[in-house]
Design a protein around this ligand. Structure first.
Ligand code: HEC
Ligand code: HEC
Length: 296
C-alpha cells in the first residue's frame, strides 16, 4: 500500500466524521494511486474552520481518499490476526474513543493510555497525548506497527498483507466499472446469452456496428447488493454467481471483450470480492457505521 493511501486513514480521523462524501473507493482500492486532485467538497460542520488550509500541499484531500480511509479505518484485516481495526479503539458511537481507561489491542494486550477522541484531528499538528507524531500523516502509520495495537512487525509486513486482499487490487473490475458511478458508460460483450439459443444482440441493434454485437452497457455497481437478479437477462441470483462468472472469463463467443480472461481467484478471494461488492452502498457521514464485511 502506498503511503498516500495510508493517509486516507488520517484524513478520516481529520475530516471523515466532519462529513465524508459518499464517493466510491473502488478506484483507490484497485491498486491505482488515489488521484491527487483538488480537494473535493466535504461539508464541514458548523463551528469548524475550512480544513483546506490545514491540509499539507503534498497530500491533498480528495473524496476518494476520504472514502478509502473510512474503509481502512473499519477493516480488521489490517491487523496481524484480523481482529483489530482503528474502529476497535475509536468507536463511532463513543465519539471515536473506546470509553475505557486504557485501550485493549491485539491479543488483548493493554496499552498504557486512553484512546483520545479521534475527531477533527486535521486541525492539530502534534498528535498523541505526548505529541510524538508531528503530523497526522506520521500518526496514521503508527497504530499499524504498534505491537499492542494492529500488531504488524513493520510497514512492509502490513503492505504485504494488504496486497493479498483482492478487493484492493486483483480482479480489476474497475477497467469497466470505473468512476464515481462504477461504470465507464460503454458497451461490452461478456458473452451473456451466448450459451443459449436466443442471443440478444444488444447494442448492435441500435448502432448496426458489428463491433457492438452482443454488447451491453456496463451496469453501475452502486447498491449492487440490492439489485438482484443480475445481468441483462437476469440469469444470476447472487453476487457469488456473478463473481464466479467473471472468474471463468465470461462466456466465449466471437465478439467477447478481449480483455476478459479467467481470473484464477481462489474461493476465498471470490468470497472477499463478493463481500466488497456488498459494501458498495451509498452512505453519507450522517450514517457512519462499521461495514459488516470487507473486501479481501
Ligand atoms: C488498540 C487500540 C487502538 C487502535 C487499534 C488504534 N488506536 Fe488510535 N489511539 C489509541 C490510543 C491509546 C491513543 C493515544 C496514544 C498516545 O497518546 O500515546 C491513540 C491516538 C490516536 C490519535 C491521536 C489523537 C490525538 O488527539 O492526538 C489518532 C489520530 C488515532 N489514534 C487514530 C488511529 C488510527 C487512524 C488507527 C488505525 C490505523 C488507530 N488510531 C488505531 C488507541 C488505538
Ligand atoms: C469488460 C468490461 C467489464 C469488466 C472487466 C467487468 N464488468 Fe461487470 N459488467 C460489464 C457489463 C457490460 C455488464 C452488463 C452485461 C450484460 O448484462 O450483458 C456488467 C454487469 C455486471 C454486474 C451485474 C449488474 C446488474 O445490475 O445486473 C455485476 C454485479 C458486475 N458486472 C460486477 C463486476 C465485477 C465484480 C467485475 C470484476 C470481477 C466486473 N464486473 C468486471 C462490464 C464489465
Amino acid at each position: 500500500m502506498r503511503r498516500s493511501q495510508l493517509l486516507g486513514v488520517g484524513l478520516l480521523c481529520g475530516i471523515g466524521i466532519a462529513g465524508a462524501v459518499a464517493v466510491s473507493p473502488l478506484n483507490g482500492m484497485s491498486g491505482e494511486p488515489p488521484p491527487a486532485g483538488p480537494r473535493e467538497a466535504a461539508p464541514v460542520p458548523l463551528g469548524l474552520e475550512d480544513p483546506s488550509s490545514y491540509i499539507p500541499a503534498d497530500n491533498p484531500q480528495t473524496a476518494k481518499k476520504i472514502e478509502l480511509g473510512r474503509r481502512l479505518f473499519f477493516d480488521k484485516r489490517l491487523s496481524k490476526n484480523n481482529t483489530i481495526a482503528c474502529a476497535s479503539c475509536h468507536l463511532p458511537g463513543l465519539a471515536f474513543t473506546d470509553g475505557k481507561p486504557v485501550s485493549t489491542g491485539i491479543n488483548t494486550l493493554k496499552g498504557g493510555r486512553s484512546a483520545p477522541a479521534a475527531i477533527n484531528r486535521v486541525y492539530s499538528k502534534a498528535q498523541f497525548w505526548d505529541g510524538r507524531a508531528d503530523t497526522l500523516e506520521d500518526q496514521s502509520i503508527g497504530p499499524f506497527v504498534n505491537p499492542v495495537e494492529h500488531g504488524f512487525i513493520d510497514h512492509n509486513e502490513m503492505v504485504a498483507k494488504m496486497k493479498t486482499i483482492a478487493g484492493y487490487g486483483k480482479a480489476r473490475c474497475t477497467r469497466c466499472h470505473s468512476g464515481f458511478n462504477f461504470t465507464d458508460e460503454k458497451f461490452h460483450n461478456l458473452g451473456i446469452g451466448w450459451d443459449t439459443n436466443t442471443v440478444d444482440l444488444g447494442r448492435y441493434m441500435v448502432t448496426k456496428n458489428p463491433e457492438d454485437i452482443g454488447a451491453f452497457k456496463t451496469s453501475t455497481l452502486r447498491e449492487i447488493a440490492r439489485t438482484a437478479p443480475y445481468m441483462h437477462d437476469g440469469r444470476f441470483k447472487t453476487l457469488d454467481e456473478v463473481v464466479n462468472f467473471y472468474n471463468q472469463g465470461g462466456i466465449a463467443n466471437p465478439h467477447r471483450d478481449n480483455t476478459l480472461i479467467p481470473l484464477e481467484m481462489s474461493e476465498q478471494e471470490q468470497a472477499d470480492l463478493v463481500a466488497f461488492l456488498k459494501a458498495l452502498n451509498g452512505e453519507g457521514w450522517q450514517q457512519i457505521t462499521a461495514p459488516t464485511s470487507f473486501p479481501k
